[in-house]
Design a protein around this ligand. Structure first.
Ligand SMILES: [Zn+2]
Ligand SMILES: [Zn+2]
Length: 260
């Protein structure tokens, strides 16, 4: 019995009772009326970095107005396995705070709001898919947190889309160390074989257009690894929809520590 998970869930129930979503702004906590979209107050909704302007044709992250290319720096440097990516907002301080709250402070009820945000993005981009699959986290991490942050928003989206939600179709077979400090090549090798399609789900993804959901997109290595696994299992195409994505920054020069 996982006592940590039970405790986490109990906190969430109390949290939702004390701070019911729809009465308080999910970002700053100020009082709002229940009609505000995504339970965000007018000030916060203006301050979020919604992606409405130019964006990368491959991964969907926002491009600066002055940037000349059609692809972001990352997509120019490294190809991706997924067919096309879409993202709702650029990951800034405010977005970061809310997502950290969601992931680490047990505010699982935010998953529903994020599902609404994903749904609106999906509708305005005319994204169509046969099945919805979240990027999985390792079972151990999910037990500790009590939920997979991407699965909650994906499930809420699937309900609104009236499409099958395949929450357990892909599993993370092993935990990976923090990828942030690794070069793209090192990331790919760290993630090799980190995902697998469950044998029971093979038929459900075969020849299907998959909409893969993740919370944050940076260089795309995690989403790529997951997409590759799905394509190898016979998925017809993988579209990627993420809540937030990093800005378009020049790839850093990776400095290799020789250990000497
Ligand atoms: Zn607010
Ligand atoms: Zn891109």
């Amino acid at each position: 019995m996982d006592r940590g998970g039970i405790w986490e869930r109990a906190i969430k129930v109390v949290d939702e009772a004390l701070f019911p979503s729809g009465i308080y702004c999910i970002s700053c906590g100020s009082l709002i009326d229940g009609t505000r979209p995504y339970s965000l107050c007018d000030k916060c909704i203006r301050e979020f970095h919604w992606i409405n302007g130019r964006r990368c044709r491959k991964c969907g992250k926002a491009l600066q107005d002055t940037y000349k290319g059609q692809l972001c720096y990352d997509c120019m440097a490294y190809p991706h396995y997924f067919d096309k990516g879409y993202s709702c907002m650029t990951y800034g301080l405010k977005e970061r705070e809310l997502l950290l709250d969601y992931k680490y402070n047990g505010k699982s009820y935010l998953g529903k709001k994020f599902g609404d945000i994903l749904y609106d993005r999906m509708s305005c981009e005319n994204i169509d898919a046969d099945v919805i699959i979240p990027v999985p986290i390792h079972r151990r991490r999910e037990r500790k947190r009590g939920y997979n942050q991407s699965a909650l928003m994906a499930e809420s989206l699937a309900k609104k889309m009236e499409k099958p939600f395949l929450g357990d179709a892909v599993v993370r077979t092993r935990e990976t160390a923090l990828l942030r400090s690794l070069s793209p090549v090192e990331r790919e090798s760290a993630l090799r074989g980190a995902f697998a399609v469950c044998s029971g789900a093979l038929e459900k993804v075969y020849n299907k257009k998959v909409l893969l959901i993740d919370d944050i997109y940076t260089t795309g290595s995690t989403a790529d690894s997951c997409s590759k696994t799905l394509l190898e299992a016979g998925a017809e195409a993988v579209l990627l929809l993420t809540l937030a994505s990093g800005g378009n920054k020049k790839p850093v020069q990776y400095v290799y520590d020789s250990g000497l």
